[in-house]
Design a protein around this ligand. Structure first.
Ligand code: FES
Length: 76
């Protein structure tokens, strides 16, 4: 299964795939307890980098949708 990153509306990034590993900046793996992997997008999780559901309680709203012009651009 190819890895897919799906944005939940007003919620986390869902990483779907059979072989997903989450590494910290030193290359050390986090223990992944649930799959698919849900990564916090709101910045308020107490279990970063994983989502803990706090986005719902704080009313996180994200407007990003895949529309023309939203293609990834190289970092500058
Ligand atoms: S996206 Fe769920 S806690 Fe941040």
């Amino acid at each position: 299964m190819a890895t897919t990153i799906r944005l939940r509306q007003n919620g986390p990034l869902i990483v779907e795939g059979d072989d997903v590993t989450v590494l910290d900046w030193n290359g050390n793996p986090y223990e992944v307890l649930k799959r698919p992997v849900a990564l916090c997008r709101c910045g308020a999780s107490t279990r970063k980098p994983f989502c803990d559901g706090t986005h719902s309680r704080i009313g996180f709203a994200a407007a990003e949708a895949a529309v023309t012009g939203s293609e990834e651009k190289p970092a500058t």
